[in-house]
Write a protein that binds this ligand. Structure first.
Ligand SMILES: [Zn+2]
Ligand SMILES: [Zn+2]
Length: 344
């Protein structure tokens, strides 16, 4: 597959798409009906459908009986940890092996021309991005994921969370299922913006940003506090008209859903001629420039707050202008303080 039909590669070997990143047309005003209809299949396939199907499969095959879950127990918690860990290993591992170990598509569609394994970096445990990222995923990420899951299932088993049956309220269930990704986007934007404040960035979020050139295992490579905030998105289902399957969908959307944004490739080649969009460009730019694209562009929150960068020269100029304004503001504040200090 010739990736230069879809984008350009610079001297460093970094590939960028011709088409700038776009926000979903869902919240555009005036409404763009045709654009929404064209975009709608991408809303479901393949990613959201995978996460929803995995929630149903968990409910059918993995989740213990309600009687068991009425009491918190190490046995069923350990079982859920084991299943989550195996599923993460298989799902994340599939991308890692395909794209980074066997390098089946070499650097075609790869945003950053370099592979993280080519460089050692002191920011990481054992100076290896992959080792660091995997350890953080399994020692903290999947542990906290399971803890949230256990807590929520225990709440359902004891009647502490609303539980609507599909037979009785099919439309409500369908509506909540449709907004699961929107809840995620809203929640992610808010907590992400929060952990970019100086104190929390330094002590919490900088761990995730160590991966300037993200790869699949970077997806859940976070500080435990960020894991808790990020995976805490399932807690909305304590008050929403929902049920355990939708709660699992919300959790899987966060847990498994972190991966498309971090694969580092714009498109994944499947077979000889099929391409799957990762929709990763906006989040790749976040890892590259840090203070743009706090959300994943499903809701145009970054546009509304002036932090959107679509990867184009225009987006770059807007970002630089914003940085310049901030620098001027800080300099003016410093001068003001110096003047006041001198006057005292
Ligand atoms: Zn990230
Ligand atoms: Zn960030």
């Amino acid at each position: 597959m010739d990736d230069l039909k879809f984008g350009t590669r610079n001297k460093r070997g970094d590939w960028a798409p011709n088409q700038p990143a776009e926000t979903a047309p869902l919240f555009a005003f005036p409404p763009r009906l045709m654009a929404i209809l064209k975009w709608l299949p991408h809303y479901f396939f393949p990613w959201n459908a995978i996460f929803a199907a995995s929630a149903i499969a968990y409910w059918a095959l993995v989740i213990p009986s309600m009687e068991t879950m009425q009491t918190l127990g190490i046995g069923w918690a350990a079982w859920l940890y084991a299943v989550n860990a195996i599923c993460v290993l298989l799902f994340y591992g599939a991308f890692e092996v395909h794209l980074y170990v066997l390098k089946r598509q070499e650097n075609r569609f790869k945003y950053n021309g370099k592979f993280p394994s080519e460089q050692k970096n002191k920011a990481f445990w054992f100076e290896r991005q992959n080792v660091d990222n995997m350890l953080r995923t399994f020692l903290s990420g999947v542990v906290i994921w399971t803890a949230v899951e256990v807590g929520m299932l225990w709440a359902y088993a004891n009647g502490y969370a609303p539980w609507l049956s599909f037979a009785e309220r099919p439309w409500t269930i369908a509506a909540v299922a449709l907004v699961v990704p929107i809840i995620h986007e809203f929640h992610f934007f808010c907590i992400h913006r929060l952990i970019h404040t100086p104190f929390l960035y330094k002590w919490v979020h900088s761990v995730h940003h160590n991966s300037v050139n993200p790869s699949p295992w970077s997806s859940l490579s976070m500080h435990p506090v960020e894991h808790l905030l990020y995976l805490g998105t399932a807690l909305y289902h304590l008050i929403l008209p929902s049920n355990p399957i939708l709660m699992l969908y919300q959790l899987h959307y966060a847990g498994f859903g972190a991966i498309p944004g971090h694969v580092g490739f714009d498109k994944v080649e499947i077979g000889g001629d099929k391409l799957i969009d990762s929709h990763a460009y906006a989040h790749y730019l976040h890892h590259k420039y840090f203070e743009v694209n706090y959300g994943d562009a499903l809701i145009p929150l970054d546009k509304w707050f002036g932090t959107w960068h679509d990867g184009s020269a225009e987006g770059e100029a807007q970002m630089q202008a914003r940085y310049r304004r901030r620098k001027e503001k800080l300099a003016a504040r410093k001068t003001r303080m110096e003047v006041t200090g001198a006057a005292e």
